[in-house]
Design a protein around this ligand. Sequence first.
Ligand code: CA2
Length: 161
Amino acid sequence: MLDRDLSESAVVAAQILVLNGPNLNMLGIREPALYGHHTLDDIREMCASRAEALDLDIDFRQSNHEGELVEWIQQARGACAGIVINPGGFTHTSVAILDALLLSELPVIEIHISNIFRREDFRGHSYISQAASGMITGLGAYGYVLALDAVAQIITSENQG
Ligand code: CA2
């Protein structure tokens, strides 16, 4: 009985870092035709609700600063089980974020609210994709929910050996 109690209390939900890059704090305020009506707080709530259903903990963050995003990714190594990232404009410019994600050795799902392949040519290239298990693009805020499903699936299959 004691053994069973100990093993049950040792079960801790896996933590997923959900990162948002520059200008995503403006969601719902401007350009709804491109990015929809959801605010970043709405998306945080959608993620929290899905994470609860999936038995995951989420750490949901946004920064306009590349170095801060790099530091958060470095801290996730060893502390988190996976990363969901919408790198915003850094998608198309940042080798530093790519390197941090590769160094993390964590499963990464890249998410974009808009379909980056239906927009300007420069948005069709992502540095981040080199570190990502997969990308969800163009499905609006719902893409974040799908990204959590995907990362949960990857973690489960990793744990099953
Ligand atoms: O579609 C996405 O999620 C993007 O990552 C959004 C980035 C853009 O640079 C990427 O190419 C695709 C831009 C985020 C800017 O967010 C805004 C929110 C409200 C109003 C204006 C911009």
